[in-house]
Design a protein around this ligand. Sequence first.
Ligand SMILES: *[C@@H]1O[C@H](CO)[C@@H](O)[C@H](O)[C@H]1NC(C)=O
Ligand SMILES: *[C@@H]1O[C@H](CO)[C@@H](O)[C@H](O)[C@H]1NC(C)=O
Length: 291
Amino acid sequence: MALRTRILLILNSGCHPASENGETKPGSYVAFFHDRSKVLAWIRDSIAMFTAPAKKLTTAYYGKQPSNMYYVGCSTGGAQGFALAQYYPELFDGISASCPGNWYSHLMLSFLWNGENSALDGAFMRQDALDLITEAALDACDAIDGVKDRVIADPAKCTFDIKKLQCTDYQTPLVNNKTVCLTKPQIENADKFYAGPKDAQTGKELYPGFAPGSEGTWMYQESSLYLQYAVPILQNLVFRNLSYDYTTFNWDTDVDSLDEVASPLIDHISPNLEAFRKSGGRMIVTQGERI
Ligand SMILES: *[C@@H]1O[C@H](CO)[C@@H](O)[C@H](O)[C@H]1NC(C)=O
Ligand SMILES: *[C@@H]1O[C@H](CO)[C@@H](O)[C@H](O)[C@H]1NC(C)=O
């Protein structure tokens, strides 16, 4: 029987610690953001750069060329999948792009939006508050599809009213250190999560918001993603000023700066993947944290 050799390049960028890029916290210098070719390599080019040598190694080892080439990646890796389909359409037969951050610049706006709003006075929601909201959303919307399985099949059909969770005048949010209802600033924060970031001048949606039922996974949005990703990109790549104060981010003009400087380097959002399709490529895109 002929040996069927397959190269499966598995890149698990979802688990790539930001610390490997240097110290990524507000005020720190992240070297690769200051080098155009490295920034382009980060999402657009790196997989293509090491695919040729990987193919050569595989061919040398098995004595024949691989019959199929597949790429699998999630998060930044999912963005790399979109970049491959757009810029290197003939490299892979199949691309699996999971939870792709391919509109990376505006994903940063989403991180910043959620992080900034959660830092407002009294707005932060503890994990048990987030879980309380998810349970209430599930109670309201799980059965819409006719199946009670603690899954909201189509969040767009869920008209869950979070205000029902607001503490009454006679309630305190914590009982025995357990969240039993939400304060007004918390409700406002959750509403902003659902709405997503908007341009302050035009009101235009800058990135989609979060669906009802997803609240239990918001903790990183509230506490760390904006500090680890959005702020270093603003300070190092967009404004080249480590003192840039992200708390004064202007949701009109600073969005324009981001679009102008970062978008051409880190976004891979062309709707035209015709070359990939013509070369016989197939792509699977999935979304969701729990798989
Ligand atoms: C209250 O609960 C929070 C979150 O579950 C926990 O971190 C904290 O230690 C608790 N505080 C007390 C006094 O038990
Ligand atoms: C860097 O940002 C700080 C804080 O916003 C500002 O005061 C300073 O003028 C900026 N520096 C430059 C060179 O633009």
